[in-house]
Each structure stands twice: as structure tokens, then as C-alpha cells.
Ligand binder design. Structure first.
Ligand code: BG6
Ligand code: BG6
Ligand code: GLC
Ligand code: GLC
Length: 876
């Protein structure tokens, strides 16, 4: 009974051949695997709504259901069910009685659910092989499992049910569809996961259905699209195709069944038979003196005494031997410990074989699907139901493992068919995330709109009106290598506030040395008064000078100030408005260099020569410009998002002169503040915006930068939790806290190498108690949010490089962009997606990304050095 992978691959190949045989018009009549067309052509698409009835006959339970599907945009549905017994008189009596019984139960159900006055459509799940010519008709080919009702075979079961229902004057039910349980399961799961295209039952019986190409189904007219095929794989081997694998126990079991010679594959797999197989094996072992001292009990001799539930219980190894002992004692056997161990072993071998055989046939179906789609690798979902799969402690795992081994080219999701609240979960998740998946056309629109805003911002008439401000920086050239000396630099506005000492050497020993110290800026200072903020900055400078032992020297200083400033020269900068996490009072509209000078004067401890104020993008571009004069674009995707680039003077209307170039700080973070990209903003973006320090401002930045991505994720998670899709529907205290999702966590969670267990650990650290499913969802949400950020950023960058190309009037442009390895940009997914997007949207530009490790401080010092040199030249 132990089957090696080679044997399983062989079984898989045999089943593949059976499927082909069943599908062929000429071969079908003699095929054992019937491959029955179901007339179901597509999965539910979410537009379904209304109230339905269903009866479900053929599994371990006979049930009536009432299903309500709501069209409330959330794809929710409600399921109410009731089970009815199926005594032997029903399962093995005569046809008329069976259908009367079904109709009676349905009438009772409608009575209890108060539905008698309604006219309702009914779906009939009838889990036996039926030949259908349309959805609402099916001729029973043969009974299987524990059913053998006289006078039904070869007749249409739908008309029989209709006739029985007509006898009930008090109910009005319309039988609209006949489906096999495999098909019903595929549809249930397909409602949650659109990728579902296989339905699998491993319960009382076993069977699978899948979506086949119409052109391969010769029994049905038409070549377009797909149709679900009920394989009826239980009959595999009925022509002897598996005889080499069947044991004496399989043969004995078959002889004692209701349908000898039929459903031979099913009899090696499904729960109706596994207990019996175990019994037959134990009986033989006992008779041979290998068990129970050779003493056979009456119970052991009785057919059906060992059931699937016993086998499952005995395989719960964690519970030791107690279950096994109890069950065997109940059969009047007196097991020793060794007997118990041996019996456990038998159970495992029998159920393991079942999982393996199932996997082999499923592998054949998956391979066929993949080949139909002409794919090398395929991602798909298998919807599953059935008692053996659901309740046996190890079955599911064994099946999954074997399938993954047998078809390594398929990434399979096994989705358990869940009634009630679970329904529509996947669909609701997809619906929440769909607005984040920007199609290429939309991205091109974003690129073009950005381009238009860039052009507009350069115009004279746009001053004070443009959303993308295109601020001149008065940085006109790159360093020429003659710069030298000691400089101070301040770097304010990113995650860290830094003070730096930069030593630049020129000539042959040309080099740059840097010393820096990071200081914290407490929230109350960021959002206090302007004076407090600048006093704090000067306090930090004082500490740094002290620390470096250079308090006496009056060093030239470059001030990286990463906020929008309108400049009239390189050492003047009026703050247009705070962005990101800053909101100190009395600063907007003021010259930040003056404010810094005044604070130095207030402290009256040292003096500094403030030579330049630069944006972080500009500093960053210069840092690399020192090594590579091709660096004409600086990009920051950090706490905030911004780009600067070298623009031709003749295009900058508000600055005098037409010669040469000047660096423009685009301040593209404000792109969209005029509403031009509102159509791609989601409700989560709006929530994040409303909760921010600057509502309505920096709309593009809020979709692309580190300060906001975590907040977007948090808003989505809250919404999903409210919908009951996450954290068991419970919104924890920590989830309510703004800012718990730092970008750092986001990039950790999203990193591909991190296994889900670690994701869970991260969530735990955040105080979010998650299940494994939760971590999968959280990971997906993080991925979707950061991918959108990178694509939007890429669309913006494509507009900038295209503009540069047209400025230069060349067919192809080689250009270097310097992105900072900041919080957002350093995660692999972000930078990969960013690059891909630029390539896609600016195909005529070859963009090299040159990562600057040095931050913007070096660049600020270099700008200071250049300015100082030019200043000195001017004075002379
Ligand atoms: C049930 C389905 O959940 O599972 C039935 O509703 C199906 O349609 C049955 O036949 C199969 O499992 P079992 O173990 O009840 O035979
Ligand atoms: C730093 C630069 O490396 O990156 C700063 O020196 C810049 O000038 C910052 O503002 C941007 O990244 P983040 O992630 O700190 O906002
Ligand atoms: C039997 C039936 C089949 C059903 C399966 C699972 O194999 O013939 O139609 O799908 O059991 O219930
Ligand atoms: C914000 C600032 C901008 C800065 C960017 C990156 O967008 O307004 O000046 O360059 O953040 O730090």
C-alpha cells in the first residue's frame, strides 16, 4: 500500500489518458472516467443577488439550505441550513419514495423558515454521476456510495423531483439547476477566489471537476470558452487500469460493497471505505497471529464496525495510544501496547495511500489545466469539501505535500469551501485592494499630467498658482574639483536631523571627509514655535562644535532644509509651507536663513557664515554630481517625496538670463493638490489626508512617501477588520493608534524572504494578535500599497526624464538619477518596481540609478564651497 512517487507519477499519467478518453466523442462510450459536461460555464462574478433554495443529497448529510446573496457592494451572503436523516429505506428503497421524501423535507424546511408564500428558485446538488444536456436536466448513470434506489437509474432526476414537488400545493419551487457536489464546491470557493477552477470532494465518496476548454469537449456543441467537467474519477480503474495496485483487501472490500466492480478508485480513497479496509487488514493480521494474541472478536468480523471516524481518532498521535486502545477495546479486542502501535500504523498506511492516490489524479487535472493554458507555471485554486479532508488530522497536509511534489510547476491554493460568513472573503479583499492596482493606461495619464504641471510651474504667470511649484535653486553648476576647505552642513527635514563637518580636498588628493552627529527633534519642537525650533537647532550645532572642538572657527555653512522654499539667491529661502511632520508657528512666509542667523545671534556663543540653503533633493544630486557630471536628477523617496533636476535657463521664465542651466526643485509632492489625480485616490488616501497635519496638501506625496504608507496600510486593515476579514473582526487598541505602522515594519513585512511566521511576529510586536491567514492578508496589503507608491513615483520620474530628453532634442537620452537610500527607497520591491515603471513609461531614456550612500550633507557642503568660490571671485 505504500506508493512511491514513481508509482504516483505513473498513476497520474494513466489518469491523464483516461481524461482524454472520456472527453473524446468516439472513446467516451467505453471510457470508465465519464468526464460529464455540467453546463456550468463560468464562476460567479459577484453580480449575483437574490434568494435561493438548495437541497444537497449524496454526502454524509442530507440538507436543505436557504441562501441570500446581497448586492450591497460587499458580496455578502447568508446561509441557513437544516439537516434531515437518510435512513436505509430512503437510500435503498424505491425512486418515488426517495423524491417524495426530498419534497417533504423541503416543504418542512420552508415551513420552518417561513418561506411557504414565496416563489423561489432551487438548486439541486445531487452527488452522483448524471449525464446532462442542459443545466436543469440530468439522467442518472449509476448509483454510487451507499445509495441504491430502485427505478431511478437512466431517468432524469430533475423531472422526478419536480413531480414530487407538484404534489405539495402549499409550496412554489422552481428547480433551475442540477449540480454535482464537486461543481457546487468549485462555485462556492469561486465566489471567494476568482482563480478557483477545480472542485474536489474527499468525503463519503471522492470526485473532482475542473474547467475544461470547450474545444476539447466533443460531446457539447461550440468551441468558445470553457465548461466545468465533472470527471467522476471514482470510476477510474473499473476497467482494470489499477489492478496492479489493488490489494487483496481492496478486492475483498469491493466484493462486499453495494456496487461490486464499480468505483474502484473511490474505494481506495473515500471515507465510506477506509474504515472497512482497516478492518479487513486487522482481521487478516489477527488470523495470522500477528495481533491480539490471535483472538478474533465478533466485532472484528462484522462489516462496517470500523469507521472513518475511528481511523481519524487513532491517527491523532499527539494523544498517544489512548484513543486506539479505547476503540479497540470497544471492539472487544484486548490490545497490548504493541498491538496499538501496529494498528495505528495500519491506519496511517491506509489513509496515506488515499491522500497519495488523490494527489496523483489531482496532479493530472492540474497539469491538463496548465497545458490548456499553454503556461510553464500556473497559479490556481482548488476548492475542496468533504469529511475526510476536513476532519482527518493529517489528510490535508499529506495531500498538499504530495500534489506539490508531483506538479512542481503549479502553485496551488487549497481553499476549503466555507459556508456562512466566510463567503465572499477573497472577493471583499480584492474589492478593497482593487483601486490600488493602477492599470498601465492610468499610469500613463499620471505621467502626462505630471508633465503638464512641470511645464506650467516654469511659467511666469504660474507664480503663486502652480501646484507643482518648480522652485529655482540658484544652483547652476556642478563642482569642478577645485573646491576645498572645511564646511559645516545642517540636514533638517528627513527622518534624522544631522549636523556635519565636511572637509574637502582639491587637486591630486581630491577627497571628501565627513563627520556627523544625529540629533533628535522632539515632536513638541517640530510642532511648537519657530523660535523654539531654531533655538533647538542652534543648541545642537553648539553641542556639535563643542564635540568636534571647533567652536572658535567661523565656518561657512550649507543648510539642507527639506521643505519648499522660494529663493531669490542661493542664501535666501522663504518657507512656502511646512510639509511632512513639521508645523512650527511663525515660519511660513519667513526667510529660514534669517531665522537661523537670529537664533545664532540670540545664543551669542559662536558665529557662522551661512552661505547656502538647499533642498535635500538638490544636496543629494550634488553629492553624486561630484563623481558623475551626468547626474542631473535628484530623487527623494523618504519621509517625503520630491525631485529636482537641471533645467535649461531659457525655460525658467522667472529667472533672468537664458544661458546655461539651473537646478529646479520641483516640489512634486504637491502634485494633485488641484484635484487632477483625485480620481485615483482611494477612500483610504482621503482618510490619511484628513488625519494629517496638512489636509488637502501634498496629495501625491501622501500616496508615495514613507511618512504615509504605513498609515494607508493601517486604514485598510481597519476597514478589513470591520468587514470581519481580519483579526477576527476585532479592532485592537494598537490598530487604532496612528503611526504604529512605521515604514520600517512595512518593508520588513513586505520583504519576500520573510516567512509568514516572522510577519506574525512583527504583528505581535505591534500588539496585533494575528492568525496565519491574517499575516497573509497583511503581507498582501503592504505589497499592494508599496507597489502603488513605486509605480506612481515611477510615472512622475518618467515625466521628468522625458522632459530632459526633449530639452536636449535627442532620440535617446542617457541619464543618471540619484535616489537616496532612504526608508522607502531601500526596499527591494520599491526600487525594482520604480525602475521597471520608468523603463515602461519613458522607453526612450536609459536611466541609471546611482545610489548615494552619503546623504545630502556632502552635496550641501559642495554647493557651499562652489558658492563661496564664486562669491570670492565676485568680491575680487
Ligand atoms: C458537503 C457538501 O459539505 O460535503 C456536499 O455540501 C458534499 O455537497 C459533501 O457531498 C461531501 O462530504 P461528505 O464527507 O459529507 O461526504
Ligand atoms: C538623508 C538626507 O539621507 O535622507 C536628507 O541626508 C534627506 O537630506 C533624507 O532628507 C530623506 O530620507 P528620509 O527617509 O530620512 O526622509
Ligand atoms: C461519488 C459520486 C460523485 C460525487 C462523489 C463525492 O463519487 O459518484 O458524483 O461527486 O461521490 O460525493
Ligand atoms: C517634502 C518637502 C520637500 C522634500 C521632500 C523630501 O516633499 O516638501 O522639500 O524634498 O519632502 O524630503
Amino acid at each position: 500500500m505504500r506508493l512511491s512517487d514513481d508509482v504516483l507519477l505513473d498513476v497520474m499519467a494513466r489518469f491523464q489518458a483516461e481524461m482524454v478518453k472520456g472527453l473524446g466523442r468516439d472513446t467516451n462510450p467505453t471510457a470508465t472516467v465519464k468526464m460529464l459536461p455540467s453546463f456550468v460555464r463560468s464562476l460567479p462574478d459577484g453580480s449575483e443577488k437574490g434568494e435561493f433554495l438548495a437541497v444537497d443529497l449524496g454526502g454524509s448529510q442530507f440538507r436543505a439550505h436557504q441562501v441570500k446573496v446581497f448586492d450591497d457592494g460587499r458580496q455578502s451572503s447568508q446561509l441557513e441550513s437544516k439537516s434531515y436523516p437518510t435512513p436505509k429505506e430512503v437510500t435503498q428503497g424505491n425512486g418515488a419514495e426517495l423524491f417524495d421524501y426530498i419534497a417533504d423535507c423541503l416543504s418542512d424546511f420552508m415551513e420552518t423558515r417561513n418561506l411557504k408564500n414565496k416563489k423561489l428558485p432551487l438548486g439541486f446538488t445531487f452527488s452522483f454521476p448524471c449525464r446532462q444536456t442542459k443545466l436543469e436536466e440530468g439522467v442518472l448513470l449509476a448509483w454510487t456510495k451507499h445509495f441504491r434506489v430502485r427505478g431511478v437509474q437512466d431517468t432524469d432526476v430533475v423531472s422526478s423531483l419536480r413531480r414530487a414537488l407538484q404534489k405539495h400545493q402549499d409550496i412554489d419551487v422552481d428547480v433551475l439547476a442540477l449540480v454535482n457536489d464537486t461543481v457546487g464546491t468549485m462555485m462556492t470557493c469561486g465566489y471567494d477566489d476568482q482563480r478557483c477552477e477545480v472542485g474536489l470532494i474527499i468525503g463519503t465518496g471522492t470526485n473532482a471537476c475542473y474547467m475544461e476548454e470547450m474545444r476539447h469537449i466533443s460531446l457539447v456543441e461550440g468551441d468558445e470558452g470553457r465548461m466545468c467537467i465533472n470527471t467522476e474519477w471514482g470510476a477510474f480503474g473499473d476497467d482494470g487500469a489499477l489492478d496492479d495496485l489493488r490489494t487483496e483487501f481492496d478486492r475483498e472490500l469491493d466484493l462486499g460493497s453495494l456496487n461490486p466492480g464499480k468505483q474502484l478508485f473511490e474505494k481506495m480513497i473515500s471515507s465510506l471505505y477506509l474504515g472497512e479496509l482497516v478492518r479487513l487488514i486487522l482481521l487478516k493480521m489477527t488470523k495470522e497471529g500477528l495481533l491480539f494474541n490471535g483472538k478474533v472478536s465478533t466485532a472484528l468480523l462484522t462489516k462496517g464496525k470500523i469507521e472513518m471516524k475511528h481511523v481519524s481518532a487513532m491517527e491523532k498521535y499527539k494523544e498517544g495510544l489512548s484513543n486506539t486502545k479505547e476503540i479497540l477495546t470497544g471492539l472487544n479486542l484486548f490490545p497490548s501496547e504493541e498491538d496499538c502501535v501496529a494498528v495505528q500504523h495500519v491506519c496511517t498506511i491506509v489513509s496515506f495511500r488515499s491522500a497519495n492516490l488523490c494527489a496523483a489524479a489531482l496532479a493530472a487535472i492540474l497539469t491538463r489545466l496548465r497545458e490548456n493554458k499553454k503556461l510553464l507555471r500556473m497559479r490556481t485554486t482548488v476548492g475542496i469539501d468533504g469529511g475526510l479532508y476536513k476532519t482527518h488530522p493529517k489528510f490535508a497536509k499529506r495531500l498538499h505535500k504530495a500534489v506539490r511534489r508531483l506538479v512542481p510547476t503549479c502553485d496551488v491554493r487549497f481553499l476549503l469551501s466555507a459556508g456562512g460568513s466566510g463567503r465572499g472573503a477573497r472577493r471583499r479583499l480584492d474589492a478593497a485592494l482593487a483601486p490600488f492596482l493602477l492599470p498601465p493606461g492610468t499610469l500613463r495619464e499620471v505621467r502626462d499630467k505630471m508633465r503638464a504641471e512641470l511645464e506650467y510651474g516654469l511659467k511666469r504667470e504660474a507664480q503663486g498658482k502652480a501646484t507643482v511649484k518648480m522652485l529655482p535653486t540658484y544652483v547652476c553648476g556642478t563642482p569642478d574639483g577645485t573646491e576645498k576647505g572645511k564646511f559645516l552642513a545642517l540636514d533638517l527635514g528627513g527622518t534624522n536631523f544631522r549636523v556635519l563637518l565636511v572637509k574637502i580636498k582639491s587637486g591630486r588628493r581630491r577627497s571628501v571627509q565627513m563627520y556627523n552627529k544625529i540629533f533628535a527633534i522632539p515632536l513638541e519642537i517640530m510642532q511648537g514655535t519657530g523660535e523654539e525650533l531654531f533655538d533647538h537647532i542652534v543648541q545642537c550645532i553648539a553641542e556639535f562644535l563643542e564635540y568636534m572642538g571647533i567652536k572658535g572657527a567661523r565656518l561657512p555653512l550649507g543648510f539642507t532644509f527639506s521643505f519648499p522654499c522660494r529663493q531669490a539667491s542661493i542664501d535666501k529661502g522663504t518657507l512656502v509651507g511646512w510639509t511632512k511632520g513639521f508645523k512650527a508657528t511663525d515660519c511660513e512666509g519667513e526667510d529660514v536663513v534669517d531665522m537661523l542667523r537670529e537664533a545664532i545671534r540670540r545664543r551669542n556663543e559662536f558665529d557662522l557664515d551661512i552661505v547656502a540653503v538647499v533642498n535635500d533633493t538638490v544636496g543629494t544630486m550634488m553629492t553624486c554630481g561630484y563623481e558623475d557630471p551626468n547626474c542631473e536628477i535628484g530623487l527623494i523617496a523618504g519621509t517625503g517625496s520630491n525631485v529636482c533636476y537641471m533645467e535649461d535657463m531659457k525655460n525658467i521664465e522667472i529667472v533672468e538670463g537664458n544661458e546655461g542651466k539651473m537646478c529646479i526643485n520641483t516640489e512634486w509632492g504637491a502634485f494633485g493638490d488641484n484635484g487632477c489625480i483625485d480620481y485615483i485616490r482611494t477612500k483610504y488616501d482621503r482618510e490619511v489626508d484628513e488625519g494629517s497635519l496638512n489636509p488637502g496638501k501634498q496629495r501625491y506625496e501622501k500616496m508615495t512617501s514613507g511618512m504615509y504608507l504605513g498609515e494607508i496600510v493601517r486604514q485598510i486593515l481597519i476597514d478589513l477588520t470591520k468587514q470581519g476579514l481580519l483579526f477576527r473582526g476585532h479592532i485592537s487598541e494598537s490598530l487604532r493608534k496612528r503611526g504604529i505602522f512605521e515604514t520600517k515594519f512595512l518593508s520588513q513585512i513586505e520583504s519576500d524572504r520573510l516567512a509568514l511566521l516572522q510577519v506574525r511576529r512583527i504583528l505581535q510586536q505591534l500588539g496585533l494578535d494575528s492568525t496565519c491567514d491574517d499575516s497573509i492578508i497583511v503581507k498582501e496589503v503592504c505589497g499592494v500599497v508599496s507597489t502603488r507608491a513605486a509605480r506612481l513615483c515611477g510615472a512622475g520620474l518618467a515625466a521628468v526624464v522625458e522632459k530632459k530628453r526633449e530639452n536636449r532634442g535627442v532620440e535617446r537620452l542617457q541619464i543618471t538619477v540619484v535616489p537616496l537610500p532612504s526608508a522607502v527607497c531601500s526596499f527591494a520591491l520599491f526600487s525594482t518596481v520604480l525602475r521597471e515603471t520608468v523603463k515602461e513609461l519613458a522607453p526612450q531614456c536609459d536611466v541609471t540609478f546611482m545610489l548615494s550612500e552619503d546623504g545630502s550633507g556632502k552635496g550641501a557642503a559642495l554647493i557651499t564651497a562652489v558658492a563661496k568660490r564664486l562669491h570670492n571671485v565676485g568680491q575680487k
